[in-house]
Design a protein around this ligand. Structure first.
Ligand code: EZ4
Ligand code: CO
Length: 409
């Protein structure tokens, strides 16, 4: 099974997606998601200029060897662009191997450890009534676990609140990347946020009861002591997790947060290797690993990170926003089904145009996902449909404080 063709397909149905398509000499097709939100074309160039020429003619069965070759032969290691490109190759090779075996991919990862995959969705609102409506809408869709984000009085637009952004939003509850030539500017005030957020969770618990699992994303905007304070003030509301409470680069920050609160901590959507987790996992400073399969070098390294985490009772919470394509989502779902230490899967649902480009066999019902039993990932790309949606420049927003200082978004 030799790699005969390697194509990089860029399409922008509801948003930009980059897909690697490998074709073998015996005619099998494998897909990998290479989408890196707001930096898509850097990964396209990395793949086209430096990876595709190295893959042609190589043995598609040698997944680990190909991964190590791409990682080590580059000499310059890690980083989101490199690891997104390598991830696309890794996932496409797993797709091919599973198709060659005639098995759904999870069977090659040890088989199913569970029957179904608990998902959480993103509810948001500018005020409590709007937030409650959004939570109810998610419950009506079947969701059994819900992330809660709200506006902060005095701030005009912040991360995670659908109705505040100017994006198309027709099919999405929330889509942060905006199709424009420059990143949109949003605003931030941590003290206002720390005062407001506990009142939101108090309201949600009063309305929806104690049972519903609730999550929240701090999106890297707090200092360690601010995050510690927030974790403590949210303890009465029994969060499933508090995500990305501090900027992710400093692993030691989580030690301070951890020493002050029993609110479970999740981190890692911007990480790209196991080294980003080394201290966090071995010192048990977190409860959930948030990496995306697509940004962490693929299924092979992600499985290793989760196996390492399992030794410390740390579970998975794989990143699954709309900027992960259906190919990347399927890769996550096969891993979710197979690993013992599964925690929860983020799932936001793609729009109709995206679903017309990517034919999927995974399903969502009654709050649970399932990758299905098609051989491989179970996702195919319709190249004619993809061709109808050319790339459009789009950026994630950024934050400024009241005095004009750039802040974490
Ligand atoms: O902001 O994927 O938990 N989910 C998130 C996402 C990220 C986007 C960035 O591209 O934080 O919504
Ligand atoms: Co997040």
């Amino acid at each position: 099974m030799k790699i005969d063709r390697a194509e990089v397909i860029v399409t922008s149905p509801d948003r930009n997606f980059v897909t690697l398509r490998l074709t073998t000499d015996d005619g099998l097709v494998g897909l990998g998601d290479a989408t890196l939100n707001g930096r898509e074309l850097a990964v396209v160039a990395y793949l086209q200029e430096h990876v595709v020429p190295l893959l042609l003619g190589s043995d598609a069965h040698r997944i680990e060897d190909t991964w190590q070759f791409l990682y080590r032969s580059a000499y310059w290691r890690r980083g989101p662009v490199t690891m997104a490109a390598i991830a696309a190759v890794d996932v496409a090779l797993w797709d091919l191997k599973a198709k060659a075996a005639g098995l759904p991919l999870y069977q090659l990862l040890g088989g199913a450890s569970r029957d179904k995959i608990l998902a959480y969705g993103h509810a948001s609102g500018r005020d409590l009534p709007e937030l409650f409506d959004s939570i109810r809408k998610h419950q009506a869709l079947g969701y059994r676990a819900i992330r809660v984000q709200t506006a902060i009085p005095g701030l005009k637009a912040i991360y995670g609140v659908a109705a505040q952004t100017q994006t198309s939003g027709k099919r999405y509850d929330y889509e942060p990347a905006q199709r424009s030539a420059r990143p949109a500017e949003e605003d931030w005030d941590t003290r206002a946020y720390l005062r407001h957020l506990p009142t939101v969770f108090e309201g949600v618990r009063a309305e929806f009861g104690a049972e519903l699992p609730l999550l929240h994303d701090g999106h890297h905007r707090m200092t360690p002591i601010q995050a510690a304070k927030l974790g403590k003030s949210l303890e009465p509301y029994d969060l499933f997790w508090l995500e990305d409470c501090t900027p992710a680069e400093n692993q030691e920050a989580l030690r301070l947060v951890r020493s002050h609160t029993t609110t479970p901590l999740a981190i890692g959507e911007v990480f790209n290797t196991v080294w980003d987790y080394q201290t966090l996992i071995k010192d048990q400073l977190i409860d959930y690993v948030r990496s995306a399969v697509t940004h962490t070098g693929g299924i092979s390294p992600m499985k290793k990170i989760l196996d390492y985490a399992a030794q410390y009772q740390i579970k998975s919470g794989i990143h699954g926003p709309t900027d992960i394509s259906p190919v990347g989502m399927a890769a996550a779902l096969h891993l979710d089904l197979a690993v013992h230490n599964f925690g929860i899967q983020e799932y936001m649902q793609h729009g109709e145009a995206t679903n017309s480009v990517f034919e999927q066999s995974f399903s969502f019902s009654d709050g649970y996902l399932n990758p299905g039993n098609q051989p491989g990932l179970g996702v195919e790309i319709n190249v004619d449909e993809a061709g109808k949606y050319p790339y459009q420049t789009a950026y994630l927003p950024f934050n400024r404080l009241a005095d004009g200082t750039v802040h974490d978004w």
